[in-house]
Design a protein around this ligand. Structure first.
Ligand code: CP3
Length: 351
């Protein structure tokens, strides 16, 4: 048993994905997709039939099955734990749900110091189903690494303060600019919960983490640096103490890429709006992840793969490159195209 375990950890350590995250030479550019598990897969729709989103995140057998689905179908270089950035909030008792086609909705938005103080800190006892699912997954995945993830304080705060999805994040920013004491307390609270959520996943066997700050692109660099970055840096520092590589991703963050790296990331996730070679310059001596426009899967296969080739070539000058889409897989994506894309990226010669 011990020898078998050692062989698995050796295969994991030598996986293309973890090598790229560490900035080591790789046999091929590793590839996975944000939202690789989800509505684009018929097998996902089948197992989710009649089960709510958060309910499914609390069922270890379902989480394990859904996380494995894209690994089976595409043979991607990494699995991402099936959960949601707001799951830990639900677990500690925040009254929220995920509405299909809408996103997270919070019944009583967080607006005051008392609202923040009413949110408990996260402990492993709040999420036993997460530890169980991660352990099962790591067993079943063998040499394929599992990515644990959490939401970054700004993006999670936006859902809690707005009460639901938002384009302008106006109430969130009003708190940030106008009620610094409430803002600071809320950011510290979320940072603690997100860090604990990552620690729980890594303790159960996840071998890398990604911090999602999807909506950070709404901020100027100055405001990001002053009001948000220190809290994301706290989460990334706690993850760093676990000895796993850290990916830090946001959307529309062209002008924040340098700061998102400095916040403590080994690899910075890049959306499709920034050419990868520019992103590489901005992040300096760190790796990059990305960044094919998710709509390119709707183009003819050879148009899609030609763009993928440009991205792989650009990635060669980075400290490490993990291929991904610039944001999540769109629900109408043809899984056949992602299968062809995966094969193309993994078969692309780096010699
Ligand atoms: O495959 C994976 O990437 C892992 C699972 C995952 C989900 N959410 C599952 C999910 C991950 C990593 C997330 C993170 C997440 N959740 C983010 C950050 C990443 C990003 O997309 O920017 C954000 C902002 C959320 C909040 C959230 N949850 C949104 C905006 C939505 C979509 C609403 C909709 O229906 O379009 C959700 C729900 C959600 N989370 C779904 C999935 C697969 C869809 C729900 C369903 O299938 O019924």
């Amino acid at each position: 048993m011990q020898a078998a375990n050692d062989r698995v950890s050796e295969r994991l350590r030598d996986s293309a994905f973890l090598k790229a995250l560490r900035g080591e030479p790789v046999p091929h550019t590793p590839v996975w997709y944000m939202r690789q598990a989800g509505r684009s897969l018929p097998e996902y729709l089948a197992v989710r039939e009649g089960v709510g989103m958060l309910e499914s995140c609390m069922d270890p057998a379902l989480v394990t099955e859904i996380t494995l689905q894209p690994v089976r179908r595409y043979g991607v270089d990494a699995a991402i734990f099936f959960s949601d950035i707001v799951l830990p909030m639900k677990a500690v008792g925040v009254d929220l749900e995920i509405k299909p086609g809408v996103g997270p909705v919070v019944d009583r938005p967080v607006r005051t110091l008392a609202d923040v103080a009413a949110i408990p800190d996260l402990t492993p006892d709040h999420v036993p189903y997460v530890s169980e699912a991660v352990r099962d997954l790591v067993d079943q995945l063998g040499g394929t690494p599992l990515i644990g993830f959490a939401g970054a304080p700004f993006t999670v705060a936006s859902y809690l303060v707005e009460g639901g999805p938002s384009k302008q994040h106006a109430k969130t920013k009003a708190m940030m600019f106008g009620a610094p004491d409430v803002w600071d307390a809320l950011m510290r609270k979320i940072a603690g919960i997100s860090a604990a959520y990552l620690e729980i996943q890594v303790a159960a066997g996840a071998s890398a983490v990604q911090l999602f700050d999807s909506w950070a692109g709404a901020l100027t660099p100055g405001d990001y640096r002053e009001h948000v970055m220190p809290h994301s840096a706290d989460v990334l520092a706690r993850a760093g103490q676990l000895g796993v590589p850290r990916i830090h991703f946001g959307v529309g963050t062209s002008n924040l890429l340098g700061l998102m790296g400095e916040a403590g990331a080994d690899v910075v996730g890049v959306d499709w709006r920034t050419p990868l070679h520019e992103a590489i310059t901005r992040v300096g001596d760190r790796g990059v992840q990305g960044n094919l426009d998710p709509t390119l899967v709707f183009a003819p296969t050879e148009v899609m793969t030609a763009r993928a080739a440009e991205i792989i070539e650009a990635g060669r000058s980075a400290r490490g490159h993990v291929f991904n889409l610039g944001h999540g897989v769109l629900p109408t994506t043809d899984p056949g195209q992602l299968e062809r894309l995966t094969e193309f990226v993994q078969g692309y010669s780096l010699d």
